[in-house]
Design a protein around this ligand. Structure first.
Ligand SMILES: C[S@@+](CC[C@H](N)C(=O)[O-])C[C@H]1O[C@@H](n2cnc3c(N)ncnc32)[C@H](O)[C@@H]1O
Length: 247
């Protein structure tokens, strides 16, 4: 049975796990893309916003911010971090917004939480409806044909008298349109270790497929996965940053 405890029972540890992520840099990168390619408006929506770190930066940049996430415990933390923002608990595969946005983002590969090609297609169509003319859709993605199941990231740290170990890796069996994000979380307090293992089912596809899904709705640009500079994607790289400009 797949578990996503990290976003529910363990949501209080999410920011610890992400302590090494440079949210400021990622937000500044998307803001630059929006300045270059967008419609100059300031209504911003972050899909799968989690605990709201990107929203915080965009509010500080002067945007009016809204966050959508499927898990209320994540939204509760985001609301504390961003009291100025609006939040709604929604599945992004059936996104339903009352007002249209100028910029919609989805960070940290969360677009793959659409759990099938059909769900992703529905998400893309609903993002298109939720954007104003000339609005921008920005997200990063991984190409299933480049996933190496041996690769992973491990982080260890101490917090509140406990030692934590977080491990994450992609798993793709080599066929079909499902991959997994596998996470292992260990907490050791006074010599007693507790362990949780999460398996998050996510949609798997190639960049060629993803481009094909986006093109009926957006002018598509693909950039290198490098938040320090805006450069074109090189065809062989398995991670990339996608930008869609609403037709
Ligand atoms: C890896 S976290 C990313 C959070 C945040 N964007 C960040 O960069 O730290 C993924 C988030 O996606 C949310 N999520 C998972 N499935 C979702 C769905 N179908 N619709 C909306 N949010 C979803 C989870 O609750 C979690 O907060």
């Amino acid at each position: 049975m797949p578990s996503t405890a990290l976003y529910t029972d363990l949501s209080g540890y999410y920011d610890l796990m992400c302590a090494d992520i440079n949210y400021q840099e990622q937000s500044a990168y998307v803001r630059r893309l929006h300045d270059l390619l967008g419609n100059k408006g300031k209504d911003y929506l972050d899909l799968a916003c989690g605990t709201g770190p990107h929203l915080r930066h965009f509010i500080d940049f002067g945007y009016t911010a809204t966050g959508v996430d499927i898990n209320q415990p994540m939204l509760d933390i985001a609301q504390l971090r961003c009291p100025e923002a609006q939040f709604t608990q929604q599945d992004m595969s059936h996104l339903n917004m009352v007002t249209q946005m100028d910029l919609i983002s989805c960070f940290l590969y969360s677009i793959h939480y659409n759990q099938s090609i059909a769900a992703l297609t529905e998400c893309i169509a609903s993002v298109h409806r939720a954007l104003k003319p000339g609005g921008l859709f920005c997200f990063n993605a991984v190409d299933k044909s480049t996933i190496d199941n041996r690769d992973g990231i491990k982080r260890q740290l101490t917090h509140d008298d406990s030692d934590f170990s977080f491990q994450s890796n992609w798993y793709y069996c080599g066929e079909g349109d499902l991959q997994q994000l596998q996470l292992s979380i260990e907490r050791t307090t006074n010599g007693i270790t507790e362990q949780w293992r999460d398996q998050h089912p996510m949609v798997a596809l190639t960049f060629a497929q993803l481009q094909q899904l986006l093109e009926p709705y957006f002018e598509v640009h693909i950039f290198a996965h490098d938040y320090q500079r805006i450069t074109p994607w090189e065809n062989s790289a398995g991670n990339a940053f996608f930008v869609g400009i609403k037709h």
